[in-house]
Design a protein around this ligand. Structure first.
Ligand code: ZN
Ligand code: ZN
Length: 191
């Protein structure tokens, strides 16, 4: 599946956003923490992902972004493309979009979907919503996944060739389970 560069970037933003939700935090590490607990964290998020057009952010923006985050989480939990499509349609319609070609900051031509004066929540809903729309149109909704490690459940987009990725990160979750399975086999063999 060929995914345009800007779609890939927008998908990274969706995944990072969904994974800031407190329910995505690993239990056993203490109380679930909201990765976007205050406007300070929202500024940091916008900076990390270079969300353009961000000026003053307030509590209203924070609440609106939390809401968009919850909608994106529903898309990852959607049972099929029908459900996912309906969620994305609602989200993008509410955000209002004004597709604009842009080649700002030395990037190649790409389409911005957010309206020029969009709030950060509408900006994310429009651009990330359209990136998810691209995945659904490509018939690849099943690539929107949750990590199979029982104590993780982080969202991720499986961009592997054969859609075989099961963990948010093979380095951490994949490896951790691998080692656990190996130890269990050893214990059995030693019986
Ligand atoms: Zn851009
Ligand atoms: Zn994981």
């Amino acid at each position: 599946m060929l995914i345009p560069h800007d779609t890939r970037i927008a998908l990274d933003v969706v995944v990072d956003l969904v994974n800031t939700a407190p329910e995505s935090e690993q239990p056993g590490v203490g109380e679930p923490v909201d990765g976007l607990a205050d406007t300070e964290a929202l500024y940091a998020f916008a900076g990390r992902h270079r969300v353009s057009g961000v000026n003053e952010l307030d509590e209203k923006d924070l609440r609106a972004v939390h809401d968009v985050r919850a909608r994106f989480a529903e898309v990852f939990a959607a049972a099929d493309a029908q459900v996912a499509a309906s969620l994305v349609n609602t989200l993008v319609a509410a955000a209002g979009t004004t597709p604009q070609l842009s080649n700002h900051d030395g990037y190649d031509w790409h389409v911005h979907y957010f309206a020029p004066d969009a709030s950060i929540a509408d900006h994310l809903a429009a651009d990330c919503g359209m990136a998810l729309a691209f995945i659904i149109v490509a018939g690849e909704t099943e690539r929107l996944r949750r990590c199979e490690a029982p104590d993780c459940r982080h969202a991720f987009v499986d961009l592997s060739r054969n859609r075989s990725r099961r963990y948010c990160s093979s380095r951490t979750c994949g490896n951790r389970l691998h080692v656990a399975a190996y130890r269990a086999r050893r214990r059995e063999a030693a019986g």
